[in-house]
Design a protein around this ligand. Sequence first.
Ligand code: DGJ
Length: 343
Amino acid sequence: MLRLFVILQIIVTSYCCLSCSGGQNQSIEPGKIWNDTQGNPINAHGGGILLHEGIYYWFGEIKKDSTWRVPYITTWECYRTNAGGVSCYSSKNLTDWEYEGVALVPERSNPASDIHFSKVIERPKVIYNQETGKFVMWMHIDSEDYSYARAGVAVSDSPAGPYTYLHSIRPNNQMSRDMTLFKDDDGNAYHIYSSENNATLYISLLSDDFLSPSGTFIRTLENQSREAPAIFKQRGKYYLITSGCTGWAPNPASYAVADSVLGHWEVKGNPCVGKNAETTFDSQSTFVLQAGGSDNAFIFMADRWNKADLEDSRYVWLPINIENDELSISWIDQWDLRHFADE
Ligand code: DGJ
């Protein structure tokens, strides 16, 4: 009953917002161009969402202008754009997104800076620290050949930024590439990242201010070469969806289940079902969003990368079905939040 009420509330908010803001996206269409409220394609790749005081903030990589292949890297297809920084969009209804601007501005003059446009800034995620009142952003920072393999940290006093870049680290003295953040109900926050040259995933408890690793961590999915982690919790169980490591090319997702964030994680296999399940519907996980705080409204957020024109990479958002601790994700051409009320 409570679940239905929460979902209905989001739907009512959705339609109120649609009529008062002039928004035009009444549904989610995975893989289609998704315009913001000004009519420009949303540019927030590898992103994640923060819900703060009833407003959703979507942070993602800005991929702009030309895409090229780094010529001296021949062992894999290293396509890139200049690092455009981190964008932020806000929404009350999850379909209409207002552009808030560049939350983390890349550095233009100092090539030695971690966030110089010649570097890699990927998979930004933001969580709020109640104790310090700071919004904390972590992101994957890399050199153009991806050998730097570090995690960057930035902070702001307001959700949409601007964020001040602090530094990058190799958390727990190990490499860090694809990553996400997870804040648990008890206030503890975790940094989850592909480490050991992408062979093994680390789940690392953050310090109380969320600015550094606490020193408590686990290695999991050892030697399974998983990346693009997206984690959520439902009714006491933790679910972790990851992709394989195939550059910009899609591959089968896999998920694992645990009773505690710090494990043990049991691998369950590909949650995607139906046509194109083996390529995660031509996409790669980035985040799982719990819509409206409901315990049965989880959205799988993924990127459909276009390696030849990274700016034109699309978003694939699909509802997650959870039954008896098992996940399934099916393709839907067009859907809206009423999907969860129907369940
Ligand atoms: C796969 C990662 O998941 C992406 O974020 C990006 O780093 C590409 N590799 C680069 O090829």
